[in-house]
Design a protein around this ligand. Sequence first.
Ligand code: PLP
Length: 456
Amino acid sequence: MAPPNQHTNGITALHLPTKLVPHTTPLDIAAEFSHHDPAFARLNNGSFGCCPSTIISAQKKWQLKFLENPDYFYFNTLQPSILRSRHLIKSLINADDVEEISIVDNVTTGAAIVLSDTTWSFFTGHFNQGDAVLILQKAYGAIKNSVTAYVSRAGGHVIEVPLPFPLTSNEQIIAEFNKALETGKSNGRQKIKLAVIDHVTSIPSVVIPVKELVKICRDAGVEQIFIDGAHGVGCVDVDVKDIGADFYASSLYKWFFCPPAAAFLHCKKTNNNNNNALKLHHPIVSHEYGNGLAAESGWIGTRDYSAQCVIPEVYEFMMSKFEGGIDGIRRRNHEKVVEMAEMLAEEWGTTLGAPPEMFASMVMVGLPPCLGISSDADAWNLFEHLRNCFGILAPVYYRAAMEEDVVPIMITGYVRISHQVYNTFDDYCRLKDAINKLVNDGFTYEATKHLPIINS
Ligand SMILES: Cc1ncc(COP(=O)(O)O)c(C=O)c1O
């Protein structure tokens, strides 16, 4: 196993200045997150992120600016403020031009923008009926639904790429992609026009070797590549020039401390300097229609834009409070979550779902087989049981037996644990003890149906 500071997948790459600051105390951090419900151990930052109180206060100031004088705010303050946020994102992800950056509510919106253009390509004959879109079988449910809604309904074919799990190396993922691209090629009537690739999958969670996959997709003639980086900025190193995809969308509320709803869509300029963002449209049509995606996205009707204006303050918060700023937080989250995952696996006599270097700030830890998880419903029941009876927030994944299994699998359930700056050792001990208790009590998922709900 590589020592933590040599992990790959961009975990260690630093392209922003590393700023060392006086040590932030655990008490400071606890105060920043004192609004978290103390009844719960939050091991699930990956789902909904978190927002420190400094940022909640800064956001309130933006909301007041609007409410104090809406006319002035809308016509004088809003657009320069959104531009300021776009500049920050541009430097954060090493983009070429601020015009490539559009701020959107979330990654689902970013996907809708790209995929609605795919629909148009079918309508206008740029894509032919039966042309295909490639997506990971384990892509996030909402994004898979989006592909169905925008691609299948327009006559496109969807090719799902299996994600082997547990994993031992990136080569397994690359091999599956190569197989899927070959399948696309061997069917002469079908061209793969778009590949939708997660940067970090949700569940099971692993870092996907996006740079390598972009290259093999390009070599295979795939026209467009969209990276779903919902767990991108703040979780892995994001260098859009290095990755080389056409589109990259990332949340900023998950691993970047923004309040919801803040995310962005990066649209790479093409070789002849055409801006993809000029031909795409926001699904909500408003005053800026036709002025380019960045402008369209900056005015989608009257609403609260404070989460998008506060982005520079969030960056400043990270740089001023934490050693190494965003990169330091990311690196320590990775090291800590791996350490905690290994502690849990050792305690339960199980294994991790992949080598440490294939994880970022979330790790899949095998659950004791005696819990008898044998369906998605069992996994959901255990997730709810941990939440309702033990005050633990951590999603559970069911790994079904598959034809390809050379030997029967023993571990059928994995818990996904996250680490963010507010987490303490006790949070993970709570999970460890809860699972140990279930094992000692001879618990199986069936039992959850009859237990009282303590904390809902
Ligand atoms: C991999 C992945 N893609 C997309 C999304 C959707 O993000 P949002 O709800 O912010 O649109 C998520 C949310 O967890 C995700 O994990």
